[in-house]
Write a protein that binds this ligand. Sequence first.
Ligand code: CS2
Length: 489
Amino acid sequence: MRLSNASLDRVPGLVRRPAYDRTAVTPGIVHLGIGAFHRAHQAIVIDDLLGTGPKNWGIVGASLRSPDTRDALAPQDSLYTVAVRSGAGTAHRVVGSILETVVAPENSDRLIARLADPATRIVSLTITEKGYCHIPQTGELDEAHPDIVHDSKNPDAPRSAAGFIVAALARRKAAGAAPFTVLSCDNLPANGATTAKILNRFAALRAPELGRWVAGEVAYPSTMVDRIVPATTDADRAAVAKALGLTDAWPVVTEPFTQWVIEDRFPAGRPDFAAAGVQLVADVAPFEHMKLRLLNAAHSALAYLGYLAGYETIAATMADAHFAALARKLMDDAATTLAMPEGTDLGAYIASLIDRFSNPALHHRTWQIAMDGSQKLPQRLLGTMRDRLARGLPIDTHALAVAGWIRYVAGSDEHGRTIDVRDPIAAELAAIAQTAGPVADRLAPALLAVSSVFGDLGADPRVRAVVTDALARLYELGARRAVRAALSA
Ligand code: CS2
């Protein structure tokens, strides 16, 4: 039997379930990008709040591309299971905060209508870095991006998140209604300000008057979101079905840790986030830098170097003491660039990251994290390199991570097997690698010259020298021995 409203009573007593009448819940949030991360993070906070507070903050989810999530959740009345896993075991919970999922390419009118409805007071986003259609190095809208070009010509049948949001804002303005608050929950630097820059520009391209209204009226609080959520596998589905006694076509699997820090700027109103443990602050920037430069930077380094070393998951990579030491070194180096509010214990934060990465119950593939590196490197690794160079500090650990990315996107592993490189500019990267060949002092400068990723940093002779050197060692020694050598140097 399938999980649904009708079968919810059959869920074992130990499994937590919605503590409220779902029929009383009305939408207040439209979420673009209803993937596993949203369902293991923001949707749980809302599920908590619906249990204790007002019922007008339900979530309408939207998929901007594939119908898969809707197809899985619709027969389940949008209920799904979260399996929280650690070495100590698994706790299950059925979440009810999502009311429906709209598949944008099938029904763009319905999505625009939902966004334009004055009941929608928050539009939140987890569309991944590439979903912003921006230039990662500068944070500007990429006006030549195919989706942006398309949406400029078809403002009422858009494809991109920017296209949908601006289409709905235009309707709200025309109707004399107030705008919603736009809440980016992606790992972008200054995600609120970056989203503002992108959307304000897109709105101005559509009509200068609309651009002025959007820039003047829409609030874009920044956020820091954190929870490790590997892609769900069939083995996860089977384990959840066993625990629940019901099938769930798309449960999500995650870790015990969760954190959400939000800037408190919601002119259109917000749920009582703090009641569910969310940190509301005046400035998210220090938290965001801490997370991107420690957690995400080490994740990416472990993903590229671990994959090359033949490790399938982050936990397997961390089980190699040399890689664990490398992750720690990278984080210690990055920590020197952070300016945290008083009372922040970065040492404890780093120790908790080491534990979280080592969680043996999570099967977080290095290949998954390796995706879209061109969109991730600037905020994860390059900002720290810039700051350390400015202070005359060594950058060799970060350079090894960048060299790992270069070795990875060149497209074949240490046994000559093809790597399935997923990246919006994978073709460009492959062509550069093809021309340069697997020769460190040709390949490193050629890829460092990709300005959408590296900007002027790639031309810095100090960067070129250390990255080339690290890449030479990766080719010569292989990732395992190169990591070991880097630590003893
Ligand atoms: C990961 C993140 O896939 C990735 O790039 O680094 O998804 C990471 O798991 C989350 O940001 C953790 O909060």
